[in-house]
Write a protein of this length. Sequence first.
Length: 259
Amino acid sequence: MPAQAIAIQETHAFADDQRDAVYRAIFSRRDVRGQFLPTPVGDEVLSRVLTAAHYAPSVGFMQPWNFLVVQSDQVKRRVHDAFAVAHAQAADMFEGDRRDIYRTLKLEGILESPVGICITCDRERTGPVVVGRTHMKTMDLYSSVCAVQNLWLAARAEGLGVGWVSIFNQAELQKALGIPKRITVIAYLCVGYVSHFYAKPELETAGWLPRLPIEDLVYFDQWGNRDDQQALVACLKRDQAIAQESGAARVDAMTASGG
């Protein structure tokens, strides 16, 4: 590659410490349920994470999202009531040991978290024909999920925990929040400062499911075509091991320092 081309390419890369901070946010992000503190989330911090969400990519630049910020205890109780009904129904969908484990899991922090944020998708925002959605009609929904991820990573960088609660009958959640039927609910997020972040996702730690090996999920050129001789596979194994170990290492470091 010509030297000039290399120089141009390198100007787009973050400095090493900035790059590492992005990966740290990704690898240490957790779905928080029971560690929320009552500490208020300031408007400046909340503004930054909401702005990050608003800068997510969207199909046809339609920006189909809205952000419903829930701070009222009364509204939180209505949301929690909707969760409680769906949670009880969900428990009966599992069998045997799975049902018992499910009932022990803490799956929300609706009342404990200082802020709730409901992210929605207005599928009619820019009209019936949208660039990029002409054939894959669900792209607006996926765009709104990108907004969720942007918010989640920005929140982690701010030291905020986020918990995505999805155990709702959607109509009941919409009723609790006054959301029109034509609007699609994407995520109800519990947001706040936390006592700690776990080294691994709680469902992984609880033995519900393991982290899948990334090399089992990557194919080459055609669906199902694995090639363990590819140099990329060795890199994937190495980087997943680093990602898995980095969370535990941070927890050990915090413990050693009294944090």
